[in-house]
Ligand binder design. Structure first.
Ligand SMILES: [Zn+2]
Length: 384
């Protein structure tokens, strides 16, 4: 398992008082949780899953884990939720009561671990890790297969089968929505006296003003709200998606590559495209939904889903063209709709099937496919 083994944990605890005297009052279970998390991070790094573990940034807030049955939410007499949390620095397992601001879903199941974290704005959060059955989000009947085309124009276009209905989902873009508010705050903050002296290009020895600090807190809180909104929307959308179909086909988008393009980066980040993929993968695993990822270089936008004609070279669809027209079968369709259906087709093929395009099904609208032009072999050296 972890590289930071039980044995190493024991060795660390033996030397703890000497290495980190500040941790003397901490309960051993909290130290154990930290050791386990560290070992976990290290083994993820070794397997190539994560970055190398490093010291957390102080400005991002800190967090610590608490073992299983320690912390339990309790209902107050007046229906408010209270949490029994460990009082640090006191005797071992001394607990104090803290009122929770959020109404809790108390059917938590068995709590295996809880994590207390502080955000950059100084708010405290508790996350519970629980073991429980996960009911499939209810959608009545699940479709056999859906294909999802992600884009910046429309966040997601969902095609139900090669020939089924099409659904468009727009990304909420919370940062874009908060842009005006953010601008006003930052403009006002520029008028306050910050710690950086722009005139002399140095830090002010007397520090920043109280107004600047207050405004800074407001900016941070707005950013936190934007991030929370984005996360909430993404969680809801991905949960909803896995309940819709038995098989979900997506494209392998190069999100980190898109982040390098400064024209796209802001919108890719605001839509949460990278997180979307990881959340969808996790939820597909939980609910037994098959996730098929098609090749990054498959030309789904350039291929006609009805007859399979592929537009190449100078005939290629440019980014500004929003409509796909097929020169072979005459199909006219919004660009994203065609590519979502093509993704379904490619997904079926990747799974080892031999799917039929609409143009190939006998009895459907006939397609007049132009015969391929005969290959012209130029005689070499026959100049005249
Ligand atoms: Zn076509």
């Amino acid at each position: 398992m972890a590289t930071f083994t039980v044995h190493q944990g024991k060795r660390y605890r033996a030397k703890r008082a000497e290495l980190h005297p500040w941790s003397a009052g901490l309960p051993a279970d909290i130290i154990n949780c930290a050791c386990r998390d560290f070992g976990d991070g290290w083994s993820r790094y070794k397997s190539g899953q994560n970055e190398r573990p490093s010291f957390p940034e102080r400005r991002d807030g800190g967090h610590f884990g608490i073992p299983g049955g320690w912390m339990k939410p309790e209902l107050d007499a007046d229906g408010k939720v209270k949490l029994r949390v460990p009082v640090l620095g006191g005797r071992r397992r001394q607990m104090g009561l803290v009122r929770s601001k959020e109404a809790m879903r108390l059917d938590l199941g068995v709590i295996t671990q809880s994590t207390i974290s502080e955000s950059a704005t100084g708010r405290w959060y508790v996350a519970f890790q629980v073991t429980r059955d996960r009911p499939l989000p209810n959608h009545g009947c699940r479709a056999p297969i859906i294909g999802i085309d992600l884009g910046l124009h429309t966040f997601a276009v969902i095609a139900y089968g090669i020939d089924g209905r099409i659904e468009e989902v727009h990304a909420p873009m919370p940062l874009l929505a908060a842009q005006e508010q953010l601008k006003a705050l930052q403009r006002s903050q520029r008028r306050q006296r910050g710690s950086w002296d722009n005139e002399h290009q140095c830090h002010r020895p007397e520090g920043c003003s109280q107004r600047w600090i207050r405004r800074n807190g407001q900016v941070k809180r707005l950013h936190e709200r934007v991030a929370a909104k984005r996360r909430d929307e993404l969680e809801k959308f991905t949960t909803d998606l896995v309940g819709r179909a038995e098989v979900i086909v997506i494209e392998d988008l190069n999100v980190s590559g898109m982040m390098h393009n400064h024209c796209l980066a802001g919108r890719v980040m605001d839509a949460g495209m990278g997180t979307w993929r990881t959340r969808l993968e996790a939820k597909c695993r939980w609910h037994g939904t098959r996730l098929v990822v098609i090749d990054r270089f498959y030309p789904s936008t350039q291929t006609c889903h009805r007859c399979g004609h592929r537009r190449r070279g100078t005939d290629k669809l440019t980014l500004s063209e929003r409509t796909f027209t097929c020169p072979a079968c005459g199909l006219v369709m919004p660009r994203d709709h065609n590519s979502a259906r093509e993704i379904v087709y490619e997904g079926l093929r990747t799974m080892g099937g031999t799917p039929m395009r609409r143009a190939e099904v006998p009895g459907t609208d006939a397609v007049t496919r132009e015969p391929a032009p005969p290959a012209v072999i130029e005689a070499a050296g026959g100049g005249n």
